[in-house]
Each structure stands twice: as C-alpha cells, then as structure tokens.
Ligand binder design. Sequence first.
Ligand code: SF4
Length: 374
Amino acid sequence: MSNASSLYIHIPFCLSRCRYCDFASHAGISPSLREAYLSALCREIDSLPSGELETVYFGGGTPSLLTEGELLRILDAVSRRFRVKPHAEISLECNPATASPEKLSAFRSLGITRLSIGVQSLSDGELRALGRAHTADDARQTYRAARAAGFESVSCDLMYGLPGQTPTSFESTLKELLSFSPDHLSAYGLILEEGTPLYAERDRIAFPDEDLEYAMYERLVEQTAQGGYSHYEISNYAREGHGCRHNLVYWERLPYHAVGLSASSFDGAVRRTHTRELSCYLADPVGSFDEITAIAPSDAAFEEIMLSLRLGKGLSLSGFLERHGFDFAERYRELLLPWRRRGYVREEDGRLFLSDAGLYLSSALLSEILAATP
Ligand code: SF4
C-alpha cells in the first residue's frame, strides 16, 4: 500500500509542436511507437504499489489524442492496481484541434470528470504566432461540446504576454471566455524556453513589454474576481468547489505517483523523474529515471515556502514551525519588512500570504528568500 492517493499519467503525443513548447512530447509518432508507449505505460502502472486514488490526471503532450480504446486500456490498468474512489477527480487535458463531440462524450462515459481545454487565446493571429494547431473557433466548439458531454468541471487555459498581444486583445479573449462560464481558469504568462523556435526568433518578434504584461495580469485578476472566481493559486482561478484537487496535491507537497515519459513522482521524501528520452523509457518504463533526489530538510522547508506563498491561502506559520522547526516570519523578518510595507505580504489568522500584486512579484521574493537561506 502507498500513502499517495493521486496519479499523474503523461501522454507524450502531439499533433504538431507549438513554437514555445519544451515539454516532453512528440508529433507524428508512428502507430507502432504509440502502441509500444501504451504497453510501457500500462507496465509501469502495473508496477506501482496498490492503494486508493482520489485524483488521476492525464497530462501531456495531448491526452485528447488518445482514442476511446486507448483511454479505456489505461483506465483498466489503473483499476487493476488501484481502487478509484467514487468521487475521484479524473482530469484530462484537451487540445481543441483533437476533440470531436463524439470523442468527448466517450471520454465522459469512461469516467473522465474534469476537462482542461488548452484555449490559450481566442485570437487566431495570436494562436498562429504560438504555432497552436487549433483556431479560436475550434476552442469555442470544444467548450460547447464539453458542456454537452456533461463534464462535472470544465477548465480553460489562457496565456498572456504573447507576440503581438495587447491588453485590449487579451481582455477581449478573457471577456468572451468568462461569458462561457468555465468552472476554472488557468492563466500563464508566456515563458521563452531556450531551444524553442520562439526563443530562436525572439529578437525579431514584438512581445508586450513588462508594463503591458502586468496590465494584462491586472485585468485578469479584476475580471475573474468580478466573475466570482477565487484566485486560489498564482496562475489559477476557480468557482466555489472547482479548485483542481490534483494540482493542490502538488502545491501542498503531498505524495503522488507519476507515470510516463518525463513524469516526476514524490513519495513525501524522494522525487523521481523519468527520462525524457522515449527510447530509454520504452526500454525500461519502471526504472528509467534521470533523477532520484532525496529532499534534504532545508530543501523541504524552501519547497513549502515556495509552494505555499503561491497559494491564495498562503503559508500556515504554526504548521511550518511544526514541520520544519523554525519560525518563518521571525527568521525572514528583516527581508519581509519592505514587502509588508508595500502591502505585497500580509499576515492574518496565523497565515502569511501575498496580495495579487505580491503574487505577480513572487519570483523576486522567493529569490531573496533563497539567497538569505543558509
Ligand atoms: S500541444 Fe501542448 S505539449 Fe503539445 S506541443 Fe503544444 S504546448 Fe507542447
């Protein structure tokens, strides 16, 4: 038996490669390689310690490229090893270019409860600049099909800071998306990852500057609040009862299983990260780890600070003291003073948390904390 009650499953297939992406995924994978991957994945699932699951998350890559039969095969492997609890959250990431209404209905019938749609933008020009395989209309139709299929929770992913994007074009996407009433929104600023086509062309592309990007974040925060969404994590907004239970497991440093290419699991003390090389994973899906790291106590403390300060509810000062043996607010008192004075950091009911503006600047605060940590 394991103490982890969450399982991440990585599906590394994509229709085509987006220009900003450095995830472990492959476009145009052959049917035989795809079959080999699914066999390896099921073998890895079979090797996990048995237990109960509260959440399962199909991420990628593009899990919505799975056929109904392939998804069923993976879910069968999961239920041979685990008892999936009756009210488990079972999420699947969906690229609008890959999801017909029939497929979404079939996924819902197989037990997927939560669909996360990679909308990113409702401007075709912005989607083209990102090299996404779908159009704005594909995203609108996928959203309608997801609702018609009856998913308990529908989430949409949005991006800001895109080539050619302005606060006005971002707001137009945001307003239209909010008019659909998704249960959950994830919104990320574009990160230029080395080795991607967008990174290689960065000097020839007009990106919004920092002020414009912050203006987009401000609109996001204002309009989601007006729409009744809670800003429960730095990049995530949810209606009552629709926070992503699976992702909360990561953010609260709870243990979880993870299977598939590049997937990273945590048992409460050790993180194991699989290889990103497809051939290595296929050769040994149970043992092909690139990294196995026992988390030292000081790293565990910093991880908790980093993850908790990105949550809307912040960090529990008494819980932190109990787990790590020192008083966070006291140790970093001097460092936190200017942040408190500017209103970025607040303390209430024994919890320390960041304001919306503070969340936007959290990387700078965390760098200061890391630099001051022995
Ligand atoms: S669909 Fe997702 S995983 Fe695939 S290339 Fe695009 S961003 Fe990367």
